[in-house]
Ligand binder design. Structure first.
Ligand SMILES: O=c1[nH]c(=O)c2[nH]c(=O)[nH]c2[nH]1
Length: 301
């Protein structure tokens, strides 16, 4: 005997591009997204009894994504995801939750001869702006926003010393090292009561993304880092302080190592400590440091 413990289904990897043409100025604006929509509800019989009468075809889900993108704003993604998810739970009485994931790809307007070009863009990095929007009947809308793939490096202004030393330790303490990471930053919004509530707060979404990105870069650059842990906590604290609607800020930062190379074997070449200039970038293993920063007093870890 077995039972269906959980089920959701939908369309993944729906690639959507939308252009906005400003007829007056001739300036065009583009958005490219990869969308996933998964539905939950009274769909059990489609799994257990081969009953397709409860299935909104994933092909129809894909079509709905395109039509919604045509009829509604696709930015900020938090709003588009909320509109899309709300559509599914309102349109189909037996669908009780819609989980929408949107990856927004980076197209930055080109600067040609010092002027913003009206219709040409550059992908300057694989960085993405992402949202996970969960629209749950009777509960409201949960939104998590994130930045992924923002890769940064500083060539000094980072230390790491005072850590546990025992019979497993080979790492030397350092007061000056290279620090590099690929930022994954996630910020969780307080629950929205409805699509109306999301719309009433729409101005916060771009502001939070800009704040998260700027704070991450500024703190990374300016902090004389004692460790990845200490620097990322400062980032989280500042973002929470700047955006009151956020409940938590979460970071996952790989520590991408750059190792010194001892070149003394070649005519006594000095290339370590203060003489280090040529390093060996490492692809792995890497440190992976995570934390969630929340408001108020600590409950537990
Ligand atoms: O910032 C760091 N945190 C660590 O926990 C750690 N561990 C390590 O080997 N190097 C580093 N660097």
């Amino acid at each position: 005997m077995s039972n269906l413990a959980a089920a959701r289904y939908g369309k993944d990897n729906v690639r959507v591009y939308k252009v906005h043409r400003d007829e007056k100025t001739g300036v065009q604006t583009v958005v490219e997204m990869t969308v996933c929509v998964l539905l939950e509800g009274d769909i059990e019989t489609s799994y257990t009894k081969a009953d397709n009468s409860v299935v909104v075809a994933t092909d129809s889900i894909k079509n709905t994504i395109y039509i919604t993108a045509k009829q509604q704003p696709v930015t900020p993604p938090e709003l588009f995801g909320s509109i899309l998810g709300t559509h599914f739970i309102e349109k189909y009485a037996h669908i009780h939750a819609a989980h929408v994931n949107i990856i927004t790809h980076r197209w930055v307007r080109m600067n040609i001869d010092g002027k913003a070009h009206p219709h040409s863009f550059i992908k300057d990095s694989p960085e993405t702006r992402n949202v996970q929007v969960d629209v749950i009947e009777g509960k409201g809308i949960e939104i998590n926003s994130s930045i992924d793939g923002l890769t940064v490096l500083k060539s000094t202004g980072s230390q790491f010393w005072g850590f546990v030393r025992d019979e497993f330790t080979t790492l030397k303490e350092t007061w000056d090292r290279i620090l590099s990471t690929k930022v994954n930053a996630n910020w969780q919004w307080r629950r929205f009561a409805s699509l109306h509530d999301v719309k009433a707060n729409v101005h916060n979404f771009d502001f939070a993304w800009e704040t998260a990105r700027n704070t991450t870069c500024k703190t990374f650059a300016e902090d004389n880092s004692a460790s990845v842990q200490a620097t990322m906590y400062k980032m989280g604290e500042q973002i929470l302080a700047a955006v009151p609607l956020l409940d938590t800020v979460e970071y996952a930062l790989p520590n991408i190592h750059y190792f010194e190379i001892d070149l003394s074997w070649h005519k006594g070449t000095k290339n370590t400590g203060k003489d280090a200039e040529v390093y060996a970038p490492q692809s792995g293993p890497n440190g992976l440091i995570k934390c969630t920063v929340a408001r108020g007093q600590k409950a537990r870890l």
